[in-house]
Design a protein around this ligand. Structure first.
Ligand code: HPA
Ligand code: ZN
Length: 339
């Protein structure tokens, strides 16, 4: 009997390491929260919202992403948003998630840092209790804003060290190199935050080098364009820096419009620790399972490659070694039972 990849993917234990919680805002919830909070949207129906999701570039998407956030106001809104994502992850048998949030997207429009973090973290606690999903929170700096604004945001994080595990860097990449935030990252590392950064999504491979050299990141988010520099690829393999790759995001943002030409295979062949993630699932047309299904189909991945990708997510996670091993053992038991 041939290997049923779809059945294997749907039930396998998963971890997700690259997910912007604001990017899980489904049009239905956007409408509901707009009504709840008296916010006027430039759309009348869910269909109109979905129809607007045609992106020519990262910036096209970001314009809608920040506009969508305007409906999120209270702690309850952030709880509902996060818990809806976690319920979905529970249904997909996702066991561990590392969630990005963009505090400046909220503080800039008058919603307090604590309102946002309290809502997100209380949903994560509830999901751990009810679903057994473990999690980490990674706070992102918006790279199109100033170093000063990032430092101010870091001050908030320092009050909440028990809940924020790491710092990341997202938003408009071109023209905003990682080195712009070298000093903020140094301060964040000194405060004990684990550093990661988006690099090489639209920006050049030199931004990936900067993320490694200047920010001293432990993971690269996306990293596609690192492949343009063979010596950098060798370095990423040698230093075992994981890449959190997002297939449907790459397709929808025109980073790689045709998934049959996606560089994931080259990444695996180069020995990189690559993981599959959804990025902003409500905007890009699919959650974690859909990303696995789409890339498996496009590249005809076999069961060994699939197992490597799924296992990599636990290996590349920020779980303690003992918990990683338990998760890997559970995955291996699942794979053995399936075959
Ligand atoms: N890239 C940069 N910034 C982002 C993204 C992304 O894919 N998603 C949300 N913010
Ligand atoms: Zn991202």
């Amino acid at each position: 009997m041939s290997f049923n990849a779809e059945a294997f993917i749907r039930k396998m234990p998963k971890a997700e390491l690259h997910i912007h919680i604001e990017g899980t805002l489904e049009p239905e919830m956007m409408m509901e929260l707009a009504k709840r909070n008296g916010v006027t949207l430039p759309y009348d129906t869910v269909k109109e919202i979905r129809a607007a999701y045609q992106f020519g570039s990262l910036q096209d998407f970001l314009d809608l992403y920040y506009a969508g956030m305007s409906v999120l106001k209270s702690e309850r809104d952030f709880f509902d948003l996060t818990f809806a994502y976690l319920t979905r992850m529970h249904q997909e048998n996702t066991r561990h998630v590392e969630i990005f949030f963009d505090p400046q997207g909220h503080t800039e429009r008058g919603v307090s840092f604590d309102t946002v973090l309290d809502g997100i973290s209380s949903a994560l606690e509830t999901a751990q209790r009810e679903y057994g999903i473990t999690s980490r929170i990674i706070m992102c700096f918006l790279r199109h804003l100033s170093e000063e604004s990032a430092f101010e945001t870091l001050t908030h994080a320092c009050r909440c060290k028990n809940r924020i595990f790491g710092v990341g860097l997202d938003s408009s990449e071109k023209g905003h190199p990682p080195s712009k935030f070298s000093r903020v990252y140094r301060a964040a590392r000194e405060e004990g935050f684990i550093p990661v950064a988006h690099a090489g999504e639209e920006g050049p491979s030199s931004y990936v080098c900067e993320a490694l050299d200047d920010l001293k990141v432990q993971r690269i988010d996306h990293g596609n364009r690192a492949l343009e520099d063979p010596s950098l690829v060798r370095r990423i393999a040698r230093e075992k820096i994981p890449l959190t790759v997002c297939p449907l995001s790459n397709k929808r943002l025109q980073v790689c419009p045709d998934l049959t030409k996606h560089p994931l295979r080259q990444m695996l062949d180069a020995g990189l620790i690559v993981t599959i993630n959804s990025d902003d699932p409500s905007y890009f047309g699919g959650y974690l399972t859909e990303n696995f299904l789409a890339i498996t189909k496009a590249l005809s991945l076999d069961r060994h490659q699939l197992a490597t990708l799924a296992r990599n997510a636990f290996i590349a996670s920020f779980l303690p070694d003992q918990d990683k091993q338990k998760a890997l053992d559970a995955f291996d038991a699942y794979a053995k039972g399936f075959l």
